[in-house]
Design a protein around this ligand. Structure first.
Ligand code: SAM
Length: 367
């Protein structure tokens, strides 16, 4: 569908699903150039030219869930499992602080050895010893746990809703026996507790249609997300969705770099003041250009991997992950050079999103 730029809705404010659909489907090259330029302009207006570096620590690949897309799923017996000790995690946090970055991101499968009390104690230690902002991405946990961790020092929580298509979500993300999996509900809980809230989707999940992807983008605005993480779906051979040639679905969204860039650029239109990372999944599909083009098409965050290298290859959510053998120092040098080439620079400080700062000011009645 080659809808020309002149027939497409203007990118001046958050769009509704129908307008987003037209932008997702157009094959007009002038329209796409306009989309990239507009996303870059809105990024500059909303969050500025600075780029936040977050140190990512993949603290455990153990998982009780059976997500049909993810290599960490419990049924994947071919994966060696690890779970980092508190001392190992603290050591990584200290390294992040020594790099001068403001945030540690702790991510894992749903690993019951990270009990509520253990995570709470870890939050306190990281805060006292490093003063870093802490982002958690530990999956679906109870409101009680999330509240305790916030009080102990956690600042942000990332929980992608993966897709707004309920039937598709239920197929690919089965709940634990006897439980519900209501990620949209949990995002509201996180917001009420006072977290800076991040969510997002995968682009090109087998069975994902364009209309639901347009609805995903509409939801980013409705949920007033502070952070949005997006990446292409990458098939993992040891998962049910890992087949190279999935069945042909009508209206299937392609899991391509191009489509991910569109979703990223449109996410910037939807949430001008949110923090948006140029994700590893994007850099995995396009090793040369994925990160830098992401930063020029809406993104303002990069998450160098600080996981100890002996564990890294086992955090195999999808195959061929970018940066597997790079040290954080190498990633840093590369990022510095890339940022210099596009007139951007590394930010100092914790890097809360303007969207979050605005919300807190409004809640406190500060003009
Ligand atoms: N367990 C936590 C959770 O589910 O939110 C955090 C870890 S989970 C591995 C982080 C994200 O990886 C998921 O939200 C999903 O979007 C992404 N992911 C998993 N498998 C993927 C795949 N095959 N391709 C692309 N992204 C994938």
């Amino acid at each position: 569908m080659k809808t020309p730029l002149s027939d497409l809705p203007p990118l001046t404010e958050p769009l509704r699903a129908e307008a987003l659909l037209a932008w997702l489907k157009t094959s007009d090259s002038e329209a796409l150039e306009h989309l990239w330029a507009r996303a870059d302009e809105l990024r500059r207006q909303g969050v500025g030219d600075e780029v936040h570096l977050r140190g990512l620590v993949e603290i455990s690949n153990r998982c009780t869930r059976q997500c049909a897309y993810c290599g960490l799923r419990a049924a994947n017996r071919s994966l060696s499992r690890y779970s980092m000790s508190d001392e190992e995690i603290l050591e990584c946090a200290h390294r992040i602080r020594d790099h001068g970055w403001g945030t540690v991101v702790l991510q894992s499968g749903e690993d019951p050895t990270f009990t509520s009390e253990r995570v709470e104690a870890l939050m306190r230690r990281i805060k006292v010893e490093t003063g870093l902002a802490i982002t958690l991405s530990l999956g679906e946990r109870t409101g009680e746990e999330l509240r305790a961790w916030k009080q102990a020092g956690a600042d942000r929580y990332l929980l992608r809703f993966e897709t707004s298509d309920r039937a598709l979500f239920q197929r690919i993300h089965p709940p634990l026996p006897g439980r519900d999996s209501d990620r949209l509900g949990l995002l509201k809980v996180l917001r009420d507790i006072g977290y800076e809230v991040g969510s997002g989707v995968m682009v090109g999940i087998p069975g994902q249609g364009f209309e639901s992807l347009a609805r995903d983008l509409e939801l980013f605005a409705e949920l007033e997300l502070d952070m949005i993480g997006l990446g292409p779906f990458i098939p993992h051979p040891d998962t049910p969705l890992g087949m190279r040639e999935p069945p042909r679905y009508p209206d299937q969204v392609p899991a391509t770099v191009d489509m991910t860039f569109r979703v990223l650029a449109l996410a910037r239109v939807q949430r001008c003041e949110a923090n948006l990372p140029a994700t590893t999944a994007l850099a995995t599909l396009d090793r040369e250009q994925g990160r830098i083009l992401g930063l020029q098409r809406g993104a303002n965050v990069v998450m160098p991997n600080v996981t100890p290298r002996r564990h890294r290859e086992f955090y195999s959510i999808y195959p061929g992950k970018a940066g597997l053998h790079e040290t954080a120092e190498q990633t840093c040098l590369q990022i510095d050079a890339q940022l210099a080439s596009i007139g951007r620079y590394v930010a100092a400080g914790p890097g809360h999103s303007p969207a979050f700062r605005r919300r807190i000011r409004e809640q406190e009645g500060i003009p």
